[in-house]
Design a protein around this ligand. Structure first.
Ligand code: ADP
Length: 745
């Protein structure tokens, strides 16, 4: 039957599920890569922008480090998951997993080696670099520069303190703060400014009013605004002799040192204030600020040395693991793209081998695998088509062979039901058919002779006939001919009338011979019996009539002249005539009884007494012969013609005694077996020659000089009329054995 065309996907989850899974994996990898990138950027940012490092940044750094650690653990988990998956898949022995494991291990190993080398080299490199960076005496240099800057400032300050002390003393001692000495004060301020090379000198009274201002030539006087009371009094509260304040103006850093007049006066003693200003170049101030910030940052970074190192290591680990994970994932991905179609192909070939040609592989691929899968699908399609055609022609053939079978069976039934024997022989002379009747007639089994030469059927008895068959059919190309022949089958002579016909096919070519035959034995026997009876009746009729006058005449001659003629020849001749006419009468009687043989009149009677009576007749007359009678006790009653069965026994015993000729034994038995009563008369006489056996029951067959050959013919007739059969066998070890089989019912 042709199976419906259907497409099966051996993987129950459709490729859509696979694609979704793969997309999820790719998203995970991209996400991890992005995470690693962002975290690396964020972690390393403080290194590039050291100014940003602060306590909050530190906290962020540690948070990121922990997140990195979590990423490391995730990567380790993913990488090990891939390896363990590959390992268990290999153990499960699912087809295709070996290749997958191999590819995963190969990819893993391939990347593990360079990734490992790079990882350890980078670790070492980072470690030594960081150590190297922090080993260089940057901190010391920065501190020295800072202290140089600071000492410059303190030098300026101490100079200014000295100048302030001097100026304050002069102003106080000369009472230059009084309103009427303002010109003097201004002159003195100019002198101080020029002598000490100051940028500006100012004097304030106790009411914080600026009394005078003297500036250097190029100094922008407008930039020097009067100080406020708070600024002027700032140092008094701390009991300081001098104090300062700085201002940034476009030309540089302006340092204004303040002292009370008189110098180091407090409270009500303070008559006024003197302020001297020094302008420092702006670069110097900037440099000093950047040195001090640089030192600060350096110290903070030094504190972060360990965490940064650890972060680098973690990032490196994540990257290395990511590389290994990507490699193993790629291995799995590639292996899957190969093994899944291969598995499907393997399943497909298995299914095709099992006869399922409707199997078709549905794999998404665009390389050689696709070509392979397409070839497989084309192959199954063609096979399907071919099978359909084969099945169609097979069905046609089946139908035809069923018809032929039917016809053959019919012919066989006909052949087996005809009473005629039919044997067919092929062109090589081998038997091809033998029907049931032929088997029965020839007493053989079809299986033993089929495919054997027809000559074996003729038992080498008819070489002439086999030659004739050959000649007529192969040389003379005759169509048919008839021939009678006698065969000895199981020791019995059977006569067959045969008709041989040539078997020809549609083109007229001879393909064998068919032999049709009938068993004519019984018919022939009956015909011969009838003829012999007619002969016997005529002989009896013709011979019997003159026999009585001859016998009576001889007796009369003897009576009348026996005493008168004293010649022994006379007595001898009359005696011979009388004796031989007696013998002839007996013969004639025998002929007569054979000719007039009445039809059997069977009555139910038991066999035992008949046998017993018959044997009793002989026992006393033949003392040198031992008679044994074995009759089964529960022998059934048989329908027999008592007189005729007695005749049978007498004829068989006569022959047995004649065959023994002197002393010997005769054994008579009667038994019932499978519905057949078997009577056996066995003697220890001369036995029967094989050549004589087929003719024993013929009316004219005798080996005795005075025998008529009618005894066994009569026996055979009686037994056939009782629907039984008789045959002769050799008696072991010596003599002959006659077996009579009578139906028990
Ligand atoms: P006849 O006795 O007149 O010869 P039968 O028909 O009785 O005729 O016997 C035919 C032949 O069968 C005998 O001549 C004999 O050769 C052979 N025959 C019959 N019975 C026996 C026997 N018991 N032993 C040997 N030969 C036998």
């Amino acid at each position: 039957m042709i199976k419906p065309n259907r497409y099966i996907d051996i993987n129950p989850s459709p490729p859509l599920a696979d694609r979704i899974k793969r997309r999820r994996e790719i998203i995970l990898i991209v996400f991890l890569l992005a995470c690693v990138g962002i975290l690396t950027f964020v972690t390393l940012r403080p290194m590039w922008h050291s100014a940003d490092i602060s306590a909050s940044n530190m906290i962020w750094l540690f948070i990121l480090m922990n997140v990195n650690l979590i990423l490391v653990l995730l990567m380790i988990f993913l990488v090990f998951r891939n390896f363990i998956k590959a390992f268990y898949e290999r153990r499960s022995r699912i087809p295709g997993t070996r290749l997958r494991t191999k590819l995963v291990v190969a990819f893993g190993a391939l990347t593990l080696l360079p990734a490992g080398v790079l990882f350890f080299f980078s670790i070492h490199f980072i470690g030594t670099s960081i150590e190297f960076w922090f080993k260089v005496p940057i901190e010391q240099a920065l501190q020295n520069s800072l202290s140089v800057g600071r000492s410059f400032y303190s030098h300026v300050e101490s100079n200014n303190t000295f100048f302030l002390d001097k100026a304050a003393y002069q102003i106080a001692s000369h009472n230059l703060l009084s309103p009427d000495s303002s010109a003097k004060l201004f002159n003195y301020a100019q002198v101080v400014q020029r002598e000490f090379n100051l940028n500006a000198v100012e004097a304030y009274n106790s009411n914080f009013k600026r009394l005078c201002l003297s500036t250097a030539e190029k100094f922008p006087a407008h930039a020097l605004l009067p100080l406020k009371a708070d600024d002027l009094q700032k140092g008094l509260a701390q009991d300081e002799n001098t104090w300062s304040m700085s201002e940034n103006i476009p030309e540089g850093e302006l340092i204004r040192n303040i002292a009370a007049i008189p110098f180091a006066a407090h409270g009500l003693d303070v008559k006024g204030f003197i302020v001297i200003s020094v302008l420092l170049p702006s670069e110097m101030a900037k440099n000093l600020t950047s040195i001090s910030r640089g030192l600060e940052e350096y110290q903070q970074i030094k504190m972060l040395k360990q965490p940064i190192q650890a972060t680098y290591y973690i990032i490196l680990t994540v990257v290395a693991l990511l590389v290994v994970f990507c490699a193993t994932w790629l291995g799995i991905y590639i292996a899957r793209s190969i093994t899944v179609p291969i598995m499907k192909l393997a399943e497909g070939t298995r299914r095709v081998a099992e006869g399922d040609l409707s199997y078709s592989i549905n794999v998404v691929a665009d390389d050689e695998i696709k070509t392979l899968v397409d070839s497989f699908n084309t192959m199954t399609k063609e096979l399907r088509f071919n099978r359909r055609q084969i099945e169609a022609s097979g069905n046609e053939l089946k139908k035809k062979s069923a018809e032929i079978d039917e016809r053959r069976r019919y012919m066989e039934i006909v052949l087996n039901n005809v009473s005629t024997g039919v044997i067919s022989i092929d062109s090589r002379g081998l038997i091809t058919t033998i029907n049931a009747s032929a088997e029965k007639m020839l007493k053989l089994h079809a299986g033993d002779v089929i495919k054997k030469s027809y000559k074996s059927l003729l038992f080498d008895q008819h070489q002439a006939l086999t030659d004739e068959i050959m000649e007529r059919f192969t040389l003379r190309h005759e169509e048919s001919f008839s021939k009678s022949m006698a065969l000895t089958i199981n020791g019995q002579r059977r006569v067959f009338k045969n008709n041989f016909s040539a078997l020809k096919d549609e083109s007229g070519r001879q393909i064998g011979i068919v032999m049709v035959f009938d068993d004519m034995t019984e018919l022939e026997k009956a015909q011969r019996m009838a003829a012999w009876r007619e002969v016997a009746r005529r002989i009896a009729h013709e011979v019997k009539n003159p026999l009585t006058p001859i016998s009576l005449s001889a007796q009369r001659l003897k009576r009348k002249y026996g005493k008168a003629i004293d010649d022994p020849i006379f007595d001898e001749c009359t005696k011979t005539i009388i004796d031989y006419t007696g013998i002839i009468r007996n013969l004639v009687n025998e002929f007569s009884s054979f000719a007039k043989f009445p039809t059997a009149n069977p009555m139910p009677c038991s066999l035992g007494p008949i046998i017993g009576e018959s044997v009793a007749l002989y026992r006393e007359g033949h003392t040198d012969i031992r008679f044994f009678v074995e009759i089964e006790e529960d022998l059934p009653m048989l329908k027999l013609d008592r007189q005729q069965i007695r005749q049978v026994m007498i004829n068989l015993m006569d022959n047995a005694i004649a065959s023994i000729g002197g002393s010997g034994e005769i054994r008579i038995s009667a038994r019932v077996d499978a519905g057949i009563v078997r009577i056996i008369v066995a003697d220890t006489g001369a036995g029967i020659k094989d050549a004589d056996k087929p003719f024993l029951f013929e009316p004219d067959f005798t080996t005795k000089p005075t025998g008529m050959g009618l005894g066994l013919a009569i026996v055979s007739t009686i037994i056939s009329e009782h629907k039984g059969k008789i045959y002769a066998e050799d008696n072991k070890p010596q003599g002959a054995k006659f077996v009579i089989e009578l139906p028990a019912s």
